[in-house]
Design a protein around this ligand. Sequence first.
Ligand code: NAD
Ligand code: UDP
Ligand code: UDP
Length: 343
Amino acid sequence: GSGSSIGYGRSSVNMGGKVPLGLKRKSLRVLVTGGAGFVGSHLVDRLISRGDSVIVVDNFFTGRKENVLHHFGNPRFELIRHDVVEPILLEVDQIYHLACPASPVHYKFNPVKTIKTNVVGTLNMLGLAKRVGARFLLTSTSEVYGDPLQHPQAETYWGNVNPIGVRSCYDEGKRTAETLTMDYHRGLGIEVRIARIFNTYGPRMCIDDGRVVSNFVAQALRKEPLTVYGDGKQTRSFQYVSDLVEGLMRLMEGEHVGPFNLGNPGEFTMLELAQVVQETIDPNAKIEFRPNTEDDPHKRKPDISKAKELLSWEPSVSLRNGLPLMVSDFRSRIFGDQRDGGG
Ligand code: NAD
Ligand code: UDP
Ligand code: UDP
């Protein structure tokens, strides 16, 4: 129960996330839902390396054991196969709530399940936070801005979202998750944090995830044409995963609820992205145009002034520097066996 909470619990002295000078920071018990996924597994690495005990809850819909395999055998690491749509009893100090498929291909696969994960899953994790007095961080998304009429998007913008479209299970689901988070905070005094994450890439992304960076990189490596949807003039801003993890941890440890945009403000059209991939992997890679998907946002670029000011955070890895790090991971996963065999 709440009596066993050692960290930010309502039953313990609240130090606003700060550790008094001269005292070593107490090791925390941290729950990471979706911790076997792309972002979650990188977050787990950081938490384990700073000395925390980490519980990962994941149903392996898009996550993989391989992403956290290197922690097996560590007594400070625990992996539970569990679906957040079902309640669960655990004793923790912090909850990073990431469980939810992030690629449009995956979240559209079973839209009702996506809604349940965002709404019932988030409700359960907030109920858990309430019971044990844990601090709760929601990973929301830039998709709450929909097809934005304001550019770049600041946190004050309320968004332009189609409530009955094919992306709604995800973006309306995340909007409801934000609402639940704020209502548990205002109504029940739960300590919460909200991050609105913009497109993020890096090692451990699913190779056939369907998102644009992983598609282009895998295609270029396999000598297949890069598939540009629509006219390729739509824009996105691509953040390297280590920058995101740093932002999430600063947000959790800081004093501000948010929401905070966490993204890299560098803006690229899909054609420009294809060009960077060509320069990085294969200048001869061909481009093939395909019809675009429904309700595809035309522009996206974060205004990160708020995170800069209140979290002293900003991304440090540019697309041109981050892409090669992802390419070497994809290369070894796509060609790994042959290379190992061939020496
Ligand atoms: P991911 O698909 O790699 O990871 C999601 C993880 O959640 C997977 O391990 C999956 O198995 C797990 N999961 C899904 N449904 C679950 C359920 N019902 N119960 C338990 N586990 C479940 O995606 P990611 O890119 O790592 O995204 C992590 C979080 O960040 C998501 O909440 C996503 O919405 C958010 N986000 C990511 C991006 C991005 O560009 N990567 C952008 C915006 C928001
Ligand atoms: N819940 C959970 N683990 C807990 C506490 C609660 O999974 O440790 C779930 C609980 O089953 C419920 C949801 O979280 O479905 C919301 O819990 P809360 O206590 O806020 O609401 P109530 O159970 O009173 O409806
Ligand atoms: N896209 C593309 N080729 C692909 C995959 C995606 O041109 O192989 C485009 C897609 O139409 C969108 C942008 O890339 O305009 C980003 O799509 P993604 O699925 O990565 O993420 P989103 O930001 O839409 O959630």
